[in-house]
Write a protein that binds this ligand. Structure first.
Ligand code: 13P
Length: 250
């Protein structure tokens, strides 16, 4: 049985004092869940978030990283740096980074390998635009992104990767994929993993859905056969709402 992993992606929101009170409130509300609870916070919140999440079942993640260990890369943060401050997860290749910060399938692949090499758990994002969906090329886009992201990994490493299927047209728009469409896309991704790395690996890899997930639709999405939880943006900024997503099966 795959575990449900429910991760908040705060994006560029929350000051350290807000992060601290959020974590104090959330930790109380999610203390009895068997689901994995992750908060991917801005770099400036990491230190206080890790400290305040100690002794709770909340894990802290980052939203990006560089693939080199150190060097002349002004403004960048390495996987080693994240690891050293107690980060456990890292989002890689979010569509906003692909769109606004020129991330490519190649940089995503390099970052994924680096994250795994230091023991960070990567959450790699794939997803189609509205235009691609309308053209009927969704399956091709998301399976190609998956293939390129995972290129060169051993099956044992692929099992450690979390894939987030995030249709770009559903991000921050209030439009959610239907549970059938979301499950179908996640199945296509899993099928690609099976083709490349074997069925056993595919059966173990966690694949989330992301895009306008909220407390009101979390249950119907997360109960689908192949959807193993979610990557949540806007609805992860309120502790009450996010706790209701985490506790969807209570
Ligand atoms: P929303 O939940 O705000 O649509 O954002 C989804 C997302 O991009 C999570 O990474």
């Amino acid at each position: 049985m795959r575990r449900k992993v429910i991760a908040g992606n705060w994006k560029m929101n929350m000051l350290p004092n807000e992060a601290i009170s959020f974590i104090q409130e959330l930790s109380e509300k999610v203390k009895d869940t068997e689901n994995e609870v992750v908060l991917c916070v801005p770099y400036t919140d990491i230190f206080y978030s890790v400290l305040n999440a100690q002794g709770t079942n909340i894990k802290i993640g980052a939203q990006n990283m560089h693939w080199e260990e150190k060097g002349a890369y002004t403004g960048e943060v390495s996987a080693e740096m994240l690891k050293a401050v107690g980060v456990e997860y890292v989002i890689i290749g979010h569509s906003e980074r692909r769109q606004y910060f020129a991330e490519t399938d190649e940089t995503v692949n390099k970052k994924l390998k680096k994250a795994l090499s230091v023991g960070l758990k990567p959450i790699v994002c794939v997803g189609e635009t509205l235009e691609q969906r309308e053209q009927g090329v969704t399956a091709k886009i998301i399976t190609t992104q998956t293939e390129k992201a995972l290129d060169g990994l051993e099956p044992a490493d692929v099992e450690k990767v979390i894939i987030a299927y995030e249709p770009i047209w559903a991000i921050g728009t209030g439009k959610t994929a239907t549970r059938e469409d979301a499950n179908e896309a996640v199945k296509q991704i899993r099928q690609k993993v099976a083709e490349k790395y074997g069925q056993e690996t595919a059966d173990r890899v966690i694949i989330q859905y992301g895009g306008s997930v909220k407390a009101a639709n979390a249950k119907e999405l997360f109960e689908m056969s192949d959807i193993d939880g979610g990557l949540v943006g806007g609805a992860s900024l309120k502790a009450e709402e996010f706790s209701n997503i985490v506790n969807y099966n209570k």
